[in-house]
Write a protein that binds this ligand. Structure first.
Ligand code: MTE
Ligand code: HPA
Ligand code: MOS
Length: 775
């Protein structure tokens, strides 16, 4: 009854009124300690010594801690190659070296400059190009290959392009910085409250760091003030800092970074440079594609291998590549370890092919949409470079419908005319698509568990490993549960995520939070529902509860026809009914459980990364967009005039929340390709470490006209309630802002018409490119 409805996000009221509690809103415990972090002031070197003596003279400074204070100082999601605190090797600017436990932040601010740090500086690798040249790799993936040798085909082809493409990094810019509070427990254990997408990993890292068994470390996540992937792995280190000090001092300890410190110390989206060769026929149909991808992993492995693979998985975009070879390596540089960010490498892959398609169109002098149409995955051309078949493909339908709904062809003509007649302002139009693979590509992460408890007043509390970061996963799961019991969703409350209730969970990531955890909650609810049908059936038909004997298999079978509607349990065949509340009370008195737990795993996945082949994804979330931009030829100022989005999200659990996700993701993608520009000093220090220097899109920047629509699709039977994941896919539609800029500039390009431009297309870059084209 309530799944499929636009009910409000469960935190909507408290977010808007400012009452929602985040980590730093937790009331201070008596004696709580403020934890400050001392960081390195060079990008590479050998740490020779740390001297706390002067800092300890400052009133309110309690103690200083170093790497050697941890039982184990190394951590990392895939490889334990990252120190919690530098023990010897400094690997990036602003890397955590030491901790100061203080009575308050004021003491820390007075003392931090007094910690004596000696580092013998070494030459740092601060350029991706240098890392590529020196082959300094953290990871090299097994290539994806299909069809004939592409380089042979490209060599013989009449039409081909060759080049490189770079897309820049991106700061997560969540509103709540990395934060954690640790409470020491009387049994020597620790309770951690963390702003983390991954309660289990935070628990594991803290336990490992302190040498505690896992059952003595609990990690609780009530909610995050945004995560966007930046809290998939990296919160664990900050949790370990607070836990160390809570353990050492037996006082609760709080780590809350300032915005600037958060931006300086934590990893970002991976910048990616790709060298490619591509051949095509006179209609723009791609015949062969070859790519060498290099991502900037930063100083440590973190989740770079999985992100790199997702770049490989998404370099095909929505397009069939008949003969293809994709190679990829993640480079090691002296920047903070780059990490998960909405799309998880997927955007970096898709922007390459979408950008190349603009060039193919320019080369042939045809409209880029035509090139996209001839290459789009269709039933006869439906095999990906990693040999997964694209099934249930809604891309052709999306293309046809949006082309019509957006009046693409008419607007193209208008823009052709506009650009011919006007000087000073150029317009550009671009149609791009997303085909985003849903599943963790690390197969073991595609599992989840859920606990559902019904209380005797008919309200329900449930918990899963999913963490709420604003995306509405709690609201969606509550809707799934309430639908099973025919109750209003307000009857269901999601508990804070806790390793004490749900163990061995996966990060809430890969857009699959509601898929996996919703499915587990659905399963647990169905177990309880079955028992309640049985109870209601007995009550309706006067079967005694004392024994099972009078109750035949046939009756059990019949009981499954009882429906749960609006708080009642109804037998439509015999026209009998009983209330949900009465039924649960009868169940309780007859010692029948009103609680259950279920585990869920996604079936059918089988990608083998050692050979680069197999079914990596459960299904794909698809969408298309048409974006129109204007570029001021004198200033480079770009405006997004209009974006029309059409997506397939299956049967949505909450259309309002999904629309919000599409809108937010698109704008975040738009920021990545057109505004957000990370700048570093020659020493590797982040210069753009606050909103004054790092510009994310605001309400002024979003498309002036902006529509979001969905197609109907009831065929997604491989996912809970036939819904599709939404969190990341629409981020990739933001790429249309970049390709629309390229399209606008192509009107000023003379001979080949190719506008080779890297991302982001900032106003400054657009202006410089225009100058170049004039020359
Ligand atoms: N939406 C909000 N408001 N805040 C966030 O931090 N993170 C995104 C997306 N939407 C995010 C968000 C990312 S990176 C992912 S993977 C998904 O939400 C995770 O949640 P889901 O799997 O429940 O969709
Ligand atoms: N997506 C997001 N996060 C992940 C993934 C993935 O595919 N694999 C591991 N962490
Ligand atoms: Mo999202 S980048 O998978 O946390």
């Amino acid at each position: 009854m309530s799944a499929g409805e636009n009910i409000r996000h469960d935190s909507a009221n408290t977010h808007v009124t400012g009452k929602s509690a985040f980590i730093d809103d937790r009331v201070m415990m008596h004696g709580e300690v403020f934890v400050g972090i001392i960081t390195s002031k060079c990008a590479k070197g050998k740490l020779k010594s740390i001297d706390f003596s002067k800092a300890l003279e400052v009133s309110g400074v309690i103690a200083g801690y170093k790497a050697s204070d941890f039982v184990s100082n190394s951590w990392g999601t895939i490889v334990h190659d990252q120190p919690l605190l530098v023990d010897e090797q400094v690997s990036h600017f602003d890397e955590p070296l030491a901790l100061l436990a203080c009575e308050n932040k004021e003491s820390f601010d007075l003392a931090k400059g007094l910690v004596g740090v000696v580092i013998e500086e070494e030459e740092a690798t601060l350029s991706l190009d240098v890392a590529i040249e020196k082959k300094e790799f953290l990871y090299t993936a097994t290539s994806f290959k299909r069809g004939d040798e592409p380089l042979e085909i490209i060599k013989k082809s009449q039409f081909f392009l060759e080049g490189d493409f770079f897309s820049g990094g991106q700061e997560h810019f969540y509103l709540e910085s990395q934060s954690s509070i640790a409470y020491p427990l009387d049994d020597g254990g620790i309770e951690i409250h963390s702003s983390s997408q991954h309660s289990t990993e935070t628990q594991h890292v803290v336990a490992h760091a302190l040498g505690l068994p896992l059952n003595k470390v609990a990690c609780i996540v009530k909610r995050m003030g945004g995560g966007f992937g930046g809290k998939e792995s990296q919160p664990a280190a900050f949790a370990a800092y607070s836990a160390l000090i809570a353990k050492k001092l037996n006082r609760s300890a709080r780590v809350v970074l300032t915005k600037d410190d958060d931006m300086k110390t934590t990893g970002k989206r991976h910048p990616v440079k790709t060298f490619y060769k591509i051949s095509f026929d006179e209609k723009g149909k791609i015949t062969a594609f070859w790519a060498d991808i290099y991502s900037d992993g930063g100083a440590f492995t973190d989740v770079s291998p999985s992100i790199l693979e997702r770049t490989m998985f998404h370099i095909d975009g929505a397009y069939f590549l008949p003969s293809v070879c994709i190679n990829a390596s993640a480079c090691k540089t002296n920047y903070p370890s780059n990490t998960a960010f909405r799309g998880f490498g997927g955007p970096q892959g898709t922007i390459i092919i979408e950008s190349i398609i603009e060039d193919i169109a320019s080369t042939l002098g045809i409209d880029a949409l035509k090139v996209r149409e001839v290459n789009c995955y269709r039933d006869e051309n439906n095999i990906t470079p990693y040999h997964q078949v694209v099934e249930n493909n809604t891309l052709p339908e999306l293309f046809t419908q949006l082309k019509k709904d957006s009046s693409y062809e008419k607007r193209r003509e208008e823009i052709n005319l506009f650009n011919k007649q006007n000087k000073g302002v150029l317009k550009g139009l671009s149609f791009t698509a997303v085909k985003f693979g849903i599943a963790f590509t690390a197969r073991h992460l595609n599992q989840g568990n859920a606990l559902v408890n019904i209380h005797l007043d008919g309200t329900i509390e449930a918990s899963t490993g999913a963490t709420e970061m604003g995306q509405g996963v709690n609201t969606k799961i509550a809707q799934i549960i309430s639908e099973v019991f025919g109750l209003d969703a307000t009857k269901v409350k999601m508990m804070a995520t806790s390793t004490q209730r749900n163990a061995n969970t996966s990060p809430t990531a890969a857009s699959s939070g509601s898929d996996i955890n919703g499915a587990a909650a659905h399963k647990a609810s169905l177990l309880i529902k079955k028992r309640l049908q049985n109870v209601a059936w007995r009550k309706m038909n006067d079967f005694p509860f004392s024994t099972n004997e009078e109750y035949s298999l046939e009756d059990i079978e019949k009981s499954t026809r009882l429906e749960f509607i609006n708080g009642m349990i109804i037998d439509k065949v015999e026209n009998k009914q009983i209330s949900f509340e009465e039924t649960i009370n009868i169940a309780y008195l007859n010692r029948i459980s009103l609680c259950d737990y279920s585990h869920f795993r996604t079936e059918g996945l089988g990608f083998d990364k050692t050979i680069g082949k197999g079914k990596a994804f459960n299904y794909f979330t698809n969408g298309v967009v048409v974006t129109e931009v204007s570029v001021d030829e004198y200033t480079g100022e770009m405006k997004v005039l209009k974006s029309d989005i059409l997506m397939d999200l299956g049967r949505m659990i909450n259309p309002g929340i999904d629309e919000g996700q599409v809108c937010g993701a698109f704008v975040q993608g738009q920021g990545w390709v057109s505004m957000e520009n990370l700048c570093y000093s020659v020493k590797g220090e982040l210069l753009t470490h606050s909103p004054t220097t790092y510009k994310i899109p605001t309400i002024q920047d979003i498309p002036r006209e902006f529509t979001i629509n969905f197609i109907e699709n009831d065929t997604t039977d491989m996912n809970v309630r036939r819904s599709k994941a939404v969190g990341e896919p629409p981020f990739l539609l933001g790429i249309s802002v970049f390709t629309a800029c390229k399209n606008a500039l192509s009107y000023r390009s003379k001979d080949t018409k190719i506008v080779s431009m890297n991302s982001p297309a900032t106003n400054e870059n657009l202006l410089m490119k225009l100058e170049e084209l004039k020359a």
